[in-house]
Design a protein around this ligand. Structure first.
Ligand SMILES: [Zn+2]
Ligand SMILES: [Zn+2]
Ligand SMILES: [Zn+2]
Length: 347
């Protein structure tokens, strides 16, 4: 994205008021966002909305007893000491992509396509009414453990070059089944957003001889004003150029391109920081719809030493409208510093 801003003519910094708008640049992608606090509400007003109640309850839930409801066979299941299951993973019954041998590109005139080859799995936790935002540290750590287990299973497969792990909560965020579940999609192509981040990270490293994400982690931890919660190994913060109100990123403090190499001890540290951050979003915004996803280096056989894996939590506080779709510039209606302060106050 190329937007030139002429700020040499006048310096408006003295005139900055609470209601002024600001363009901020994402240090990784180079993209600009608008922080338009002129339209803003007070932080506590974001949660002051009626949430849609479309959950038909556990009697009609397909994930209470996945076997009885005709889901695919489990590929992973964790049990409690008393025998009941706590988490299970099975292939999506209606996969966006299916296993197949060939990803040979097919040309159709000037166009290219390839078969929809890949793996699409569902990660379901036991309790219908217990979303990740209200789970305890060990329950969250178990979810990350399952993500890692399935990631490792798929990453070495032929035709798998990228693995997306994501979670939708709430109808407005795309969750069609209210029972808490995450999804894993192993795909033959590297996702465009990851490509942007890989390119941005490589470029930053070339000019600064440093990982851009390590730079962010160090700066955020030192400055503190956008931090939601941190421990010795992970940090959760509202990004300087947040795309949406109350966006939170969770990053390991120690440089690592690859989520799948996380240790058991790190999973617990991650679960603590992630749980606090998601819990704060849940409380601050009154159980909002949200998406979160893991961004990790592709598993396409190349090395990505300058990438740094992380999780992005994106609460659904507004709908993309013409301006966003037209330009790719997103408008956030609260300063990330104010959002972080409000999230901290929920802990
Ligand atoms: Zn359920
Ligand atoms: Zn790094
Ligand atoms: Zn990312």
């Amino acid at each position: 994205m190329n937007i030139s801003i002429n700020n040499s003519k006048e310096n408006h910094s003295d005139e900055k008021t609470k209601s002024s708008s600001e363009l901020r640049q994402d240090i990784v992608s180079g993209d600009w966002v608008v922080i338009a606090t002129g339209r803003a509400k007070r932080p506590d007003e974001f949660g002051n909305v009626q949430r849609s109640q479309d959950d038909k309850g556990i009697e009609n839930c397909l994930f209470e007893d996945p076997v009885a409801s005709g889901q695919e066979k489990d590929v992973l299941i964790y049990h409690r000491a008393d025998g009941d299951w706590t988490l299970r993973v099975f292939p999506n019954k209606y996969p966006a992509l299916s296993p197949g041998k060939s990803i040979k590109k097919i040309s159709d005139g000037p166009y290219l396509s390839m078969p929809g080859v890949g793996y699409h799995e569902i990660v379901v936790t036991r309790d219908h009414y217990k979303q990740l935002a209200i789970m305890d540290v060990m329950e969250i750590a178990e979810v990350f453990d399952a993500y890692q287990d399935r990631y490792l299973e798929h990453m070495s497969k032929k035709n798998v070059n990228y693995i997306a792990v994501f979670h939708n909560h709430g109808k407005e965020s795309g969750a069609s089944i209210p029972h808490p579940h995450s999804q894993l999609m192993a795909v033959p192509v590297v996702a465009p957003y990851i490509k942007l981040e890989l390119d941005g990270a490589a470029k930053y490293h070339k000019s600064n001889k440093e990982c851009v994400f390590c730079t962010i982690v160090e700066h955020e931890s030192q400055e503190g004003k956008r931090v939601v919660f941190e421990n010795d190994q992970f940090i959760a913060f509202c990004p300087f150029a947040s795309r949406a109100a109350f966006e939170v990123h969770v990053m390991p403090k120690k440089h690592s391109p690859y989520f799948e190499r996380i240790t058991d001890e790190q999973k617990i540290k991650l679960a603590e920081v992630f749980g606090k951050a998601l819990g704060a979003v849940y409380k601050a915004l009154n159980d909002p719809p949200y998406n979160f996803y893991i961004h990790s280096a592709p598993c396409d056989g190349s090395d990505y030493p300058h990438y740094h894996w992380h999780i992005e939590i994106l609460p659904h506080t507004s709908t993309w409208a013409g301006f966003e779709l037209d330009t790719g510039i997103e408008i956030s209606t609260i300063q990330p510093e104010v959002a972080a302060e409000y999230l901290r106050s929920q802990l």
